[in-house]
Write a protein that binds this ligand. Structure first.
Ligand SMILES: Nc1ncnc2c1ncn2[C@@H]1O[C@H](COP(=O)(O)OP(=O)(O)OP(=O)(O)O)[C@@H](O)[C@H]1O
Ligand SMILES: [Mg+2]
Length: 256
């Protein structure tokens, strides 16, 4: 079975059908693109997969486990972690503290146990800090570890958002528009980082409007329009797909 199976998912908000009978699956090791015009239902699908919304219909399986009714706080423990379309950082904390919070939020750590076992606690905290520093080094943020998050340039703030997600040790990392607002240089750096994360064995599902990023990064792309899948294939197949071009007609964003 695939790592993530989306089976006949529908999501209604009152009378609005944001996702309609959507099915697709993601294999372990992939970088999968999820594209489509504004309002197509991309972020809604992330919210359904990560348990923020309960789907109106259909089923979701992650690692052969039925996660259709899962609660948001339970997804990270399974290895399913997402970032948000807008930057969500603890802006008045240091860069290192942000990643440590990311670890604490998702840890299996028994807080009560820690009260009675201080040497265990210290070992746990040391391991956590070592891992957080490793993640910062991996994301090229180590030299900013003591800087307040709010002082980082935009590109580094987004990299920190991904570092917080990595702190939860994901199997599947879902990125919602990771290069929005970035200049060319920052975008290229972020593409390099996403590739590096994937090479480390993490499967990636990425929503992105920047077609250079999507085409340059993804092994396969799924296209949504008005909540329905209208195409799926390699970047080359999607580039040549007439229905995809028509869906984007009038939008300037599909300049590949
Ligand atoms: N909580 C909600 N309540 C009501 N309607 C919603 C809610 N969340 C999303 N929608 C609607 O569902 C549709 C899909 O929205 P969604 O945010 O998933 O689009 P998107 O593909 O992520 O778009 P964008 O590229 O602009 O981020 C839109 O019509 C949106 O207004
Ligand atoms: Mg969105």
């Amino acid at each position: 079975m695939a790592l993530l199976e989306i089976q006949n998912i529908s999501m209604n908000f009152g009378g609005l059908k944001a996702i309609k009978d959507l099915s697709f699956s993601i294999e372990s090791g992939e970088i999968r693109g999820l594209i489509g015009p504004n309002g197509a239902g991309k972020t809604t699908l992330f919210n359904v997969i990560s348990g923020v919304y309960r789907p109106s219909k259909g089923k979701l399986f992650f690692n052969n486990q039925d996660i259709t009714l899962i609660k948001p706080h339970a997804t990270a423990k399974l290895g399913l972690v997402r970032t948000f379309q807008s930057i969500t950082l603890f802006k008045n904390f240091s860069v290192l503290k942000n990643v440590l919070i990311g670890r604490h939020l998702h840890s299996h750590y028994n807080f009560l146990g820690s009260l009675f076992n201080s040497s265990g606690t210290r070992r746990y905290e040391k391991e956590n800090e070592d891992r957080a520093l490793e993640i910062l080094e991996f994301m090229n943020l180590l030299k900013y570890k003591d800087e307040l998050a709010l002082n980082l340039p935009h590109g580094h703030q987004r990299a920190l958002g991904i570092s917080i997600a990595l702190a939860a040790e994901p199997t599947l990392l879902m990125l919602d528009e990771p290069v929005t607002g970035m200049n060319t240089e920052e975008t290229a750096a972020m593409m390099g980082l996403i590739n590096k994360i994937n090479k480390n064995g993490i499967t990636i599902l990425i929503i992105e409007h920047d077609m250079k990023v999507v085409m340059g990064l993804c092994h396969k792309i799924t296209v949504l329009n008005f909540g329905q899948k209208i195409a799926e294939g390699t970047p080359e197949e999607i580039r040549l797909n007439q229905e995809v071009h028509e869906a984007y007609l009038g939008g300037e964003e599909y300049a590949s």
